[in-house]
Design a protein around this ligand. Structure first.
Ligand code: ADP
Ligand code: MG
Length: 287
């Protein structure tokens, strides 16, 4: 039978905007010693600003227009930012053959031209030579009809309280924090350093995130629980695999919310430590 205090714990958590899907998860939460995060949308706002555009022959505005049109069906934070930078209503009749490649980008026909928008991996997949870029920020490469046409630099912004949220986790008894991201090494390491995240693994495809989490799970004792925090469709498999999956609910995808054991109703990373603290209190653990 489930002790009464567990119901109180779940109720108390829900009042704080933390949805715990079962009493067993409170116990797991209370034993969380390792927290792994997705970067974009979790520790960062996932709302990018276009900070530079580099092109071969195309005008900046045209490059952004093609990017936004090709991205019209995607819900990825990068897509949202490109659509915002374009700023106009998207005429969907100009776009056909849309294909989103998870962890890489999108392919689509815009005005009949083949447009590719995404990272270096996508360019490599298409055998299109691209310029390695050493600027900070996330780089979105573009190719039109198989020709490299330039890149857009967008900078993701760290959530204002992300650093405090990481510090609070340590106070709640978490031993190690880890960032797992599909983004470039350089962008990932900058964020990790800024936030004092203990370990960082970058340029991971969705399947790589799962194997990384499996590796982390097998390398620890069973008494120490590993939580994964994420928001994207990509994150659903990892949320399921971790000892405890925590979804950022407000902007998170339905798939992530469904796969998670705990859902944070707003996207405030401070809620992660709060959930752990509530679970400990409910189990009578002094920390
Ligand atoms: P994260 O782990 O940081 O949340 P994702 O796994 O969602 O990142 O994506 C990894 C990388 O794949 C992004 O940094 C970006 O370079 C590229 N990417 C994914 N989806 C898109 C998209 N719709 N448009 C452009 N690039 C994308
Ligand atoms: Mg993400």
């Amino acid at each position: 039978s489930v002790p009464l205090s567990f119901f109180a714990g779940i109720g108390g958590a829900s009042k704080e905007g933390i949805l715990v899907k079962g009493s067993n998860f409170l116990e797991t939460l209370s034993q969380t010693k390792i927290v792994a995060f997705d970067k974009t949308g979790t520790l960062t706002k996932g709302v990018f600003e276009v900070s530079a555009v580099h092109h071969s022959e195309m005008e900046n505005a045209r490059l952004i227009e093609y990017a936004a049109l090709a991205e019209c069906a995607s819900s990825h934070p990068i897509s949202k930012s490109l659509k915002m930078a374009y700023g106009k209503e998207i005429d969907r009749s100009r776009v056909t053959d849309i294909e989103e490649i998870s962890g890489e980008g999108v392919l689509a026909k815009v005005d009949g031209s083949d447009v590719a928008v995404g990272n270096g991996k996508l360019m490599e997949r298409l055998n299109i030579p691209y310029h390695e870029c050493h600027l900070s920020g996330t780089i979105v490469h573009m190719a039109i009809n198989g020709e490299y046409s330039g890149h857009i630099v967008i900078s993701d912004v760290v959530k204002p309280n992300a650093k405090t949220a990481i510090d609070e986790l340590k106070k709640a008894g978490v031993r190690k924090t880890i960032m797992l991201t599909g983004d470039r090494k350089k962008a990932a390491e900058q964020v990790a350093e800024l936030l004092s995240v203990d370990e960082v693994y970058s340029e991971l495809l969705p399947a790589d995130k799962v194997s990384k989490v499996e590796e982390l799970l097998s390398g620890k004792s069973d008494r120490e629980k590993l939580a994964f925090v994420g928001d994207g469709i990509n994150d659903a498999p990892v949320l399921t695999r971790a000892d405890i999956g925590i979804a950022m609910g407000a902007m998170g995808s339905d798939a992530a919310i469904e796969a998670a054991d705990v859902v944070l109703m707003d996207d405030n990373p401070m809620q992660i430590a709060k959930a752990i603290k509530i679970s400990k209190k409910c189990l009578g653990i002094v920390y």
